[in-house]
Design a protein around this ligand. Structure first.
Ligand code: PLP
Length: 492
């Protein structure tokens, strides 16, 4: 025992106990970051590993913090995949930073539940201000700013963002057509759109046969073709269906494809559809003037989303969503029970973010983003992004120099899609070969990468974006890949 937290003497927020424990926790986390490269990046445990290591039930009496730290070291950390490791190159990054951590700490410390303005005016007002800052940094059109009919809101994830705007769009069209038209309304996205749209359609009750997944091709680098979209819409309209929602992506999950926003937005507008842009990963890059072009056409969008928790140094979770017409969201998601009524809300003087999201309760997440923007400043954030893109370019160059490999799609941001070429061009063999290579690499624990399938080909994904990654890590990762490839090819 630590000498406090005795039975019957619980003081869960005693300031001095808090200071002592929290200092120990910060030391523990700082040491974790100092030694993070010693861990296998991808956890190597087997399913169910923890069950036998921990007791069957919770303790009746207090245990000491030191004992718990020991368990974290011995039992929890082996089951952690180290997303913050400089050798983490899988999926997309999920950044932490000192600023993001401090914001998270302050948010946990204040521990308010800011569903209505009155429950903590600063939480609502800071969120509005910080999302206006970020909107200006991304050069989003003024209609997305909180001064007008629109505004920004922090959702937990891009999945929640697309769900809430889909609900708003659904209800908007059903108000016009009547409730019974649910079976007629159609959603459009590409086969590269994140599966979050499928889940959102399931939750929103969109009929599965009315979810159009438009096929993309390697010839357009897997971007959604406006012509094919037009054909699909025309076909649906001809049979009496009603197109109402289009989701475009800037930086698709598989290969960072960029859908042509301007052309797609015009099609959406001329068909009276809601146009949502998912820039969950690549949105962060668009704070750099040279990458802003990838969201040209966002003027046509009704909603725009980027995950600050991916590549913007803001600890998970923080997904920024902007809408041009906040009434559409509020009309779908607002409730007004007696127990939440208050003067400011009743007088319509304030934003109540509970009406812009699925849950009632919400955390003070804007503190994280505010800390990141203030402690780092725009120029540093731009350099941070550029450096990762440069490192990805470096990796791409290394792949291109080795004739046993090919880069599969042009690199735009910090993701390189590549594969080991199959001997004698036997494609079936190629997929197995690359799957074997992925397994071999990840089981070394030295680096962690992930995969996708494009046009039937199994592709390896190397995403640079962890905050501690330097050129030496990228170079060493390539050496691991080359060595494992040599072993595999030697066995064929
Ligand atoms: N959209 C894109 C383009 C993504 O890459 C991802 C995740 O990587 C998502 C949506 C889903 O993100 P979230 O986990 O925030 O729902």
């Amino acid at each position: 025992m630590d000498g406090y937290n005795r039975d019957g003497d619980l003081k869960p927020m005693d300031a001095e106990q808090f200071r002592e424990h929290a200092h120990k926790m910060v030391d523990f986390i700082a040491d974790y970051y100092k030694t993070i490269e010693n861990f296998p990046v991808l956890s190597q445990v087997q399913p169910g590993y923890l069950r036998n290591m921990l007791p069957d039930s919770a303790p009746n009496h207090p245990e000491s913090l030191d004992d718990i730290f020991n368990d974290v070291q011995a039992k929890i950390l082996p089951g952690v995949t180290h997303w913050q490791s400089p050798n983490y190159f899988a999926y997309y990054p999920s950044n932490s930073s000192i600023a993001g951590f401090l914001g998270e700490m302050l948010s946990a410390g204040l521990n308010i539940v800011g569903f209505s303005w009155i429950t903590s005016p600063a939480a609502t007002e800071l969120e509005m201000i910080v999302l206006d800052w970020l909107a200006k940094l991304l050069k989003l059109p003024d209609e997305f700013l909180s001064a007008g009919q629109g505004g920004g809101v922090i959702q937990g994830t891009a999945s929640e963002a697309v769900l809430v705007v889909l609900l708003a769009a659904r209800d908007k069209v059903l108000r016009r057509l009547g409730k019974n038209a649910l079976e007629k309304i159609v959603v459009y996205a590409s086969d590269q759109t994140h599966s979050a749209i499928q889940k959102a359609c399931q939750i929103a009750g969109i009929h599965p046969e009315n979810c159009r997944v438009i096929k993309t091709e390697s010839s357009t680098n897997y971007a959604l073709s406006p012509d094919i979209l037009c054909e699909a819409i025309a076909h649906d309209v001809a049979i009496g269906l009603v197109p109402f929602f289009l989701c475009a992506t800037v930086g698709t999950t598989s290969s960072t494809a960029v859908d042509p926003l301007l052309a797609l937005g015009k099609i959406a507008k001329s068909n009276g559809m809601w146009f949502h842009v998912d820039a969950a990963y690549a949105g962060s890059a668009c704070i750099c003037p040279e990458y802003r072009q990838y969201i040209d056409g966002v003027e046509e969008a009704d909603s725009f989303n980027m995950n600050a928790h991916k590549w913007f140094l803001t600890n998970f979770d923080c997904s920024a969503l902007w809408v041009k017409d906040r009434t559409a969201l509020v009309q779908s998601l607002s409730t007004n029970p007696e127990f939440l009524k208050n003067k400011a809300s009743q007088a319509n003087m304030v934003v109540d973010y509970k009406d812009w999201q699925i849950p009632l309760g919400r955390r003070f997440r804007s503190l994280k983003l505010w800390m990141v923007l203030r402690l780092y400043g725009i120029e540093n954030l731009q350099c941070y992004i550029r450096n990762h893109i440069k490192l990805a370019e470096h990796f791409e160059g290394l792949v291109a120099q080795d004739p046993r490999f090919e880069v599969v799609t042009p690199r735009i941001f910090s993701l390189v899609c590549f594969r080991l070429l199959p001997p004698r061009n036997n494609e079936d063999n190629g997929n197995k070969l690359n799957n074997d290579l992925l397994e071999a690499i990840n089981s070394t624990g030295k680096i962690f990468i992930s995969h996708t399938v494009l046009s039937g080909k199994y592709i390896l994904r190397f995403a640079v974006g962890a905050p501690l990654t330097e050129e030496r890590h990228v170079t060493a990762a390539w050496k691991v890949l080359q060595d494992e490839a040599s072993v595999l090819l030697g066995r064929l």
